[in-house]
Design a binder for this molecule. Sequence first.
Ligand SMILES: *Cc1c(COP(=O)(O)O)cnc(C)c1O
Length: 449
Amino acid sequence: MDNKKLIDRDLSVLWHPCSQMKDHEWLPLIPIKRGEGVWLEDFEGNRYLDAISSWWVNLFGHCNPRINQRIKNQLEQLEHVILAGFSHEPVITLSEKLAALTPPGLERCFYADNGSSAIEVALKMSFHYWHNNGRKNKTRFITLSNSYHGETLGALAVGDVALYKEIYAPLLMDVITVPSPDCYRREAGETCEEHSRRIFGEMRKTLQQHADEVCAVLVEPLVQCAGNMRMYDPVYLELLRQACNEFDVHLIADEIAVGFGRTGTLFACEQAGITPDFMCLSKGLTSGYLPLSVTLTTNEIYSAFYDEYQNLTAFLHSHSFTGNPLGCSAALATLEIFEQDDVIRNNQALVKKMAAAAAPLMAHPHVAEVRQRGMILAIEMVKDKQTREPYPWQERRGLRVYRHGLENGVLLRPLGNVIYFMPPYVIQPEEIELMLRVATEGIDIATKD
Ligand SMILES: *Cc1c(COP(=O)(O)O)cnc(C)c1O
């Protein structure tokens, strides 16, 4: 079997996600045969360092023996069972552990099988909670500019990345969008904290004006990942938590990308010391092994649905694979590795190593900013360093970096003009150096003319 044959077969039957398929007339599609640790290998023996954790899901490397074993054990026991009226041990243990590990007060777990669905669950639950409490005028949501919460119509509606959303606008519910605290947009001389505080003024004003009709505010805590890895200060979350309490509006934390150690703490909300009313988790939940997601909420919210059946207050929402036992066993193995290997603490050395390896790029004539929060590091490529004028998107400069990466054994997948690293936590220091060397060469090539 070689790459070429598989590519031909693939391109005659598949439709790939988030892709202009015509690009593959000249952009190589890469069939992967096997994975081990941070490395992926194709059918001709070429190896690629997975610097983006296969779309931000992988935590402990590909084919991790400990996770493999847990899934194999579970497979011999039970592959799947309906979760309505039935239960199983992995989902119970996982729920106990998640309730213990997430910020205090999050005590109920509702499962789905992907991030977008976890968001849909949170939106519906929030709306339904107010409905059950007689607050029937609460029907809207507040979201941040540049935010991303998934691709299904509800999740798409509460996001704000034009490239994914604009075309579908006629199909989407109307949301209230307020400016993101995105620190890249701070003014000269302003710190990120000052900027986050100042921008919060807009959120406060909006809450004051609209609280009566608003169910919840949604945020991606600390890093807007799909929105070009833009970052902001934890103080924004603190202020938002206070204001949501004051105005009787729920706070939904979408930790689908940032949860499980990405920002340096197990959950990003910890850095602000807050408990949201809903927390959505997926991606790293199973170390990127199997599709699973969970929406955690408080007993207070849970109670508003708990009543005689005839009163029709129940949350009658389900997915076929809700709480799949194999997914839950992968998640249990994940949590065990966090605990046994002291991952959060050990990652600190990798965080420092990434910072040091990327530091020289700050002086690059076409790099406006190198920003980092924990295990996420991003480089903003610009046409003009002084004015921060971006390269026109049509030039697809990031794609040049992508191609250079592939030719040199590193899987990078820039977001527009932003090159970023979100590697598995098992990456070695010398692999961080390789990743940065190849990315730097790629940036040089992509910005040459
Ligand atoms: C990936 C992502 C989602 C959507 O998850 P899917 O599993 O792709 O549906 C939602 N929110 C954030 C912040 C994400 O990064």
